[in-house]
Write a protein that binds this ligand. Structure first.
Ligand code: TXA
Ligand code: MG
Length: 358
């Protein structure tokens, strides 16, 4: 398949170009487009065949449902079929504060949305993105857009046009080159169907943010079993997501202990002839001179910068043909929870708690 590349500026979106991309969606084609979180791979959410093509293009497992993107509240009817008034109230209350933006809310699904979108579930994840290109694309297509992240399944989510091009050129109709995504991590996934609202996937809108609006919120405990020193926190994790090709391990603990431990690991791996990568911070990146590839997530504690850069760093390790990656754990405060969640999954659950050496 020949993929068309359409350049659109986020500042002054070219309405003709967007109208064209919208018509491709409406007529059953696949269009990759930027959002404020990551690039999405979109199809007309009402078109069962087009939605199925998304799964093929990405090589996505058939049991992983897609998010439906809308541009205004009118589009909600035809997508959501609320199970009860409380569910509707929650969505509207949160939408008032966080839509358009990086929040996906899971509610009852309208019958017009095919089961291929929800993978057989009677619920649907809905998001109104804030990125001007994403919003205009939905508006111009005139239909809700079903879109997962625009990466090949299993690879880190795309935050730049080049990432999408790498994974999907030749597999989709159009890729919009709309620059870089500002948030970086994917949207918060919030279940509004359960008795208590529950964060299923951490993101820029935190559990605490939801609590302020709804008064209550739970969060799925993504770390699973509590860590034991020197043992991966979750050895049995089924899927490796966001994963670079390199075997990745995350080191947690005091800065001194983590740095000393990673320095030792570098020496061991270099000694074995492996090409080593380190994921560090601005403050620590100079401490790993023996590693050929050292990338910085940003300043320590700057979780927004970490979220914005993480996926690009993971892809850069691949591009640099790194074989093992040692990553410093970063702050889990606020958005940091989402960053550590993605890092944890990139590492297949391998987080090592480092102890201070004497
Ligand atoms: O920021 C984002 O959310 C990006 C942009 C493109 O909007 N999209 C994205 O989609 O990250 P994807 O497909 O990579 O992740 C969607 C997540 C998956 O973990 C999926 O299992 C979950 O949302 N999800 C979707 N619908 C669901 C549902 N009805 N119930 C439970 N989980 C659902
Ligand atoms: Mg994804």
């Amino acid at each position: 398949m020949k993929t068309e590349i359409v350049r659109i500026s986020g500042e002054e979106p070219d309405i003709q170009a967007l109208r064209y991309c919208g018509s491709v969606i409406r007529e059953g084609g696949l269009v990759a487009f930027p959002t404020e979180t990551v690039y999405g791979l979109g199809a007309n959410a009402f078109n069962d065949g087009a939605v199925r093509n998304i799964f093929t293009a990405k090589n996505r497992p058939a049991d992983n449902p897609l998010i439906v993107h809308i541009s205004d509240y009118e589009m909600l009817s035809g997508v959501a079929a609320f199970n009860n008034e409380e569910e509707r109230r929650r969505l509207i209350a949160l939408g008032e504060v966080y839509w358009p933006g990086p929040l996906t809310m899971i509610v009852g699904k309208d019958a017009r949305i095919p089961l291929s979108v929800s993978c057989g579930l009677e619920t649907v994840g809905i998001r109104m993105p804030v990125h001007p290109i994403a919003l205009a694309l939905i508006r111009e297509s005139g239909v809700p857009i079903a879109a997962p992240s625009a990466n090949a399944s299993g690879r880190p989510s795309p935050t730049k046009f080049s990432h999408v091009y790498e994974d999907l050129n030749g597999r989709v109709d159009v890729i919009i080159d709309g620059g870089e995504c500002s948030v970086g991590g994917e949207s918060t996934g919030l279940d509004l169907v359960s008795k208590e609202p529950t964060v299923l996937r951490p993101g820029a809108v935190t559990k605490e943010d939801v609590m302020v609006v709804l008064g209550a919120c739970e969060a799925y405990d993504w770390k699973g079993l509590e860590g034991k020193v020197e043992k991966p926190r979750s050895p049995g994790m089924k899927y490796r997501h966001y994963a670079p090709a390199a075997e990745t391990t995350v080191y947690a603990g005091t800065q001194a202990a983590v740095v000393a431990r990673i320095q030792r690991e570098i020496r061991k791996s270099v000694g074995k002839g492996l090409r080593v990568g380190v994921l560090a911070t601005e403050e620590t990146k100079k401490l790993y001179k023996e590693a050929p590839v050292v990338l910085s997530l940003g300043k320590m504690g700057d979780s927004h910068a970490h979220a914005e850069r993480l996926f690009d760093c993971l892809r850069t390790f691949d591009a640099q043909e790194v074989q093992v990656v040692f990553a410093e754990a970063v702050s889990e405060d606020g958005v940091g929870d989402a960053v550590m969640n993605r890092l944890f999954r990139a590492a297949g659950g391998r987080i090592i708690d480092c102890i201070e050496e004497d």
